[in-house]
Write a protein that binds this ligand. Structure first.
Ligand SMILES: *[C@@H]1O[C@H](CO)[C@@H](O)[C@H](O)[C@H]1NC(C)=O
Length: 461
């Protein structure tokens, strides 16, 4: 072998090593350029003069008309069910025999008027930001003289809603009645993502995670909070992470229960961990959750088909489920089955009522139904994964303190090495004893306690 060839091989090896090293550890910048100005997501042209813009905060109550409910009733009665695959349980998707039970429950026992009362137990408001009406729950705690509450914004994801947080909110605003101490008292803002729940949908293309983050920071500033905490799972974790990166002087701490960042390490470490677990997946719980890696990759593939559809043709996919309540319930509730415990696809009822009640599950579906906005909720995938993302959470480091609650059945499970890489100020990373993707809905007490201990650490800085 000539020296030229040897040199070539050595240089190539160095180059490949360098490329692998730098893609494992891409240099992260500190913060995005401050070019995020006023955007406009309303219909038509922006209202240019600030003085014309309506910045009032209006009271809101959920109160759907009888017309909507009568129409729903007729559609439910006229359902055209798909035929059944014998003994398939949830492995082919929502089982149609169980779907018939859900239909009967929805028609005969479920009460939307009761759900409205539950939804209206907390004060809700609308305020117009960048041309669209943003809906939010705002719960102020009862404070003793001298006591101060810490403001926190908690953000849901897909296919969830503000309702996922309804059990956790009192744990944050009234900690003494819920296993916390007096210092753990929060003032909670819980918005519907634009295009979701009772918030108006953006009318223009391009409403990616950074845009929701911009709107939610404006919301907090409008309410008088210039220092606040953020928390989220699913899209909520990505939106609130963008807030932490874009507004580090406003966000005091970022708490998440889904890993929103992934790089080559997220893929390579589990693969290498198969052979060298003690180096690449030093924690036993990561090994249990991620190995054998081929099975886990297949699980992820099996559970993420919806994402490809929504990131490409949301308007097509949305049309059918916006027109059929049973179609919508199948599409949404199947996620609450397998994203809570993957093995529940082997149960005839998808294990749905093992962790949730049909009343609570249907209320979450109803929030999409009465607002007719499943398609706009899907569009966030198109905007964030289909080319309009600004990718702030991949390019920039999050420098504000971070807390991570790692639930064992989280679909997008993340390892500490990746979390730490993007969030050098990682202050707590806890392996939770149980729970899946819808942590606030399923395990509100565990999530509330993890938020409290994280915020105590930040406050002690
Ligand atoms: C809901 O709206 C109807 C019709 O506008 C009204 O009569 C009723 O009092 C409202 N209910 C609640 C609980 O606000």
């Amino acid at each position: 072998m000539g020296w030229k060839l040897t040199l070539f091989i050595v240089l190539s090896a160095v180059a490949v090593g360098y490329i692998i090293h730098s893609s494992l550890n891409p240099p992260l910048k500190a913060a995005p350029p401050s070019d995020i100005g006023d955007e406009w997501w309303g219909r038509g042209l922006p209202e240019v003069s600030g003085s014309k813009q309506d910045t009032s905060v209006r009271k809101f109550r959920v109160n759907v008309s009888d017309e909507v409910l009568n129409d729903l009733d007729a559609r439910l009665r006229n359902t055209r069910f798909v035929d059944r695959v014998e003994d398939a349980a949830f492995r082919y998707g929502f089982d149609s025999d169980y779907m018939k039970q859900v239909q009967r429950y929805w028609l005969e026992r479920y009460s939307w008027r009761d759900a409205e009362k539950r939804l209206n137990q907390f004060d809700q408001f609308l305020t117009n930001i960048e041309g669209i009406d943003v809906h939010f729950v705002h719960v102020k705690p009862k404070l003793k003289p001298g006591q101060k509450a810490k403001p926190i914004i908690i953000v849901h994801g897909w296919p969830g809603s503000i309702y996922e947080f309804y059990k956790m909110i009192p744990m944050l605003t009234d900690p003494l009645s819920h296993g916390g101490s007096a210092e753990d008292i929060f003032e909670v803002i819980c918005p519907s993502i634009p295009g979701y729940g009772f918030s108006e949908a953006p009318h223009k293309q391009g409403f990616a995670a950074y845009a929701a983050a911009g709107i939610f920071n404006k919301l907090m500033l409008r309410l008088g909070f210039d220092k606040y905490y953020v928390q989220g799972g699913d899209w909520g974790s990505i939106i609130t992470l963008n807030m932490a990166i874009m507004y580090p002087s406003n966000v005091k701490g970022y708490h998440a229960n889904m890993g929103a960042q992934s790089n080559l390490k997220s893929f390579l470490y589990p693969i290498l961990g198969q052979y060298l677990p003690s180096i690449f997946l030093p924690d036993k719980r990561d090994q249990e959750r991620l190995l054998p890696v081929t099975d886990r990759m297949l699980d992820l593939l099996q559970e993420s088909g919806y994402m490809h559809i929504q990131a490409t043709k949301p308007q097509t996919a949305g049309q059918g489920v916006n027109d059929s309540p049973i179609g919508l319930a199948a599409y949404i509730l199947e996620k609450f089955s397998t994203w809570t415990i993957p093995q529940w696809r082997d149960l005839p009822d998808g294990g749905l009522t093992k962790s949730f009640t049909l009343d609570d599950l249907l209320t979450n579906v109803m929030i999409y139904w009465v607002n007719g906005n499943i398609a706009s909720s899907m569009r966030l995938y198109k905007e964030e994964l289909g080319g309009n993302s600004r990718k702030y959470h991949e390019i920039y480091a999050n420098l504000v303190p971070m807390g991570y609650a790692s639930f064992p059945n989280e679909l997008f499970y993340n390892i500490r090495a990746v979390t730490k890489h993007y969030n050098p100020n990682l202050m707590s990373f806890n392996y939770m004893p149980r729970g899946g993707h819808f942590a606030a809905f399923e395990e509100p007490q565990l999530l509330a306690e993890d938020i409290r201990q994280f915020v105590r650490k930040v406050e002690a800085l």
